[in-house]
Design a protein around this ligand. Structure first.
Ligand code: URA
Length: 210
């Protein structure tokens, strides 16, 4: 991918996203829309995967048919809300390997601290797609990508549902080599760090917590 930020402005995505933004939308509908949008975003973020050919026999003749080249993709969820994007992506790429990065913010130093890290092997040979629905300040996403690079990842893309300009700028500064794919670029962050207009707390809305 060449663009640093791709906003996937597709009618189906935008319609489902509106349902997700509405505050009265149920947990079940929120989850279902997230699953469907994440599959559509996965379609876009995997558009230019490396291909090769394989000799096959159709009922009529032999042919060199296109197949994906290289090692299986690694999808990495940034906990906990990233998990909401996994199911839809795995619907589309069922053989992908899956990893998890858990970070919390130390309230004294305000720096991200890792509490969980488990990723597929041979990260350096895979396309790694890190996922988190909300790119808000960008601090935790940038820190998660630092960890993935430390673990060997060289080819990383980032997929989210909503991005704030502040988060995009932070990622561009920290990781200019990591393209971002999102369903929408919203207006700004409020004083509490929420994306506006946004959809509220994505984790709470997808898991039905408060
Ligand atoms: N995380 C969320 O879940 N929502 C926001 O608006 C910002 C960060």
């Amino acid at each position: 991918m060449t663009e640093h930020l791709t906003v996937v402005d597709h009618p189906l995505i935008q319609h489902k996203l509106t349902l997700m933004r509405e505050k009265e939308t149920s947990t079940a509908v929120f989850r279902q829309c997230l699953r469907e949008i994440s599959a559509l975003l996965a379609y876009e973020i995997t558009r230019n995967l490396a291909m090769t050919t394989k000799r096959i026999e159709t009922p009529l003749c032999e042919m060199d048919a296109p197949v994906l080249d290289g090692k299986k993709l690694a999808l990495v969820s940034i906990l906990r809300a990233g998990n909401g994007l996994l199911d839809g992506m795995l619907d589309l790429v069922p053989s992908a390997r899956v990893g998890f990065v858990g970070l919390y913010r130390d309230e004294e130093t305000l720096t991200p601290v890792e509490y969980y890290f488990k990723v597929p092997d041979a990260l350096e040979d895979r396309l790694v797609i890190a996922v988190d629905p909300m790119l808000a300040t960008g601090n935790s996403s940038a820190a998660a990508i630092d960890k993935l690079k430390e673990a060997g990842a060289k080819n990383i893309r980032f997929m989210c549902l909503l991005a704030a300009p502040e988060g995009v700028a932070r990622m561009k500064e920290a990781h200019p080599d990591v393209p971002i794919v999102t369903a929408a670029l919203d207006s700004h962050l409020n004083e509490l760090g929420y994306i506006v207009p946004g959809l509220g707390d994505a984790g709470d809305r997808m898991f039905g917590t408060k």
